[in-house]
Design a protein around this ligand. Sequence first.
Ligand code: ADP
Ligand code: MG
Length: 210
Amino acid sequence: MSSFANAGAGAIIRDIAAVIVENRAYLSEIDGKIGDGDHGVNMAKGFGRAAERIGDDASLGEAMATLSDVLMSEIGGSMGPLYGMFFLEMSETIEDLGAIDADTFAAMLRAGLDGVASVGSAKVGDKTMMDALVPAVAAAEAGHPDMAVLLRHVAEAAEAGRDSTEDMVAKIGRSSRLGERSRGVLDAGATSCAMILRGLCDGAAARLDA
Ligand code: ADP
Ligand code: MG
């Protein structure tokens, strides 16, 4: 079974942080249409600070733990505790592993999803990050004999889930106050979540050993 080394893969988190920082204005712009317009600012602050603290030799588990600490203790908004728990649960799942294969990758994402659900209680269809995350975890758990294909399926499921939020009415969080008027724009958290999962999957795929 193919896998990638945990050691040194902390660079994946730095690459994700770079994407988030690049998309700071875009994420705030979409949050601004139905929320308070701070999602990109919150995300770029947290991911940017974490990236500065992740060393070249950090494992993926260590880098996720560092990111989680920053998000939970230094970042406000809904996102701090939600993504903080996401990365904490994922880091704990892989911290003792030398290599991450398709099964442990799926278990890692499942733990992250369960962590977010325990904090936020949002369901698919509520127009949140869950609309990207839940189908991505389902794709990971569906499995595929070729891990590179599996990783592609996970990222594509997250992006399709993100796109599905455009036609939804928000049922939870700040934008739910708008009711029907929240329809017609992407959810900011689903958009950042799809970026994170795309980065995680592409980073893992680039490091596969077989
Ligand atoms: P705030 O809503 O406090 O301004 P952010 O702008 O950083 O925080 O994040 C907004 C995003 O958080 C939303 O787009 C949505 O995807 C996500 N979100 C809000 N509440 C929840 C929840 N209970 N569960 C999952 N995601 C949520
Ligand atoms: Mg906001």
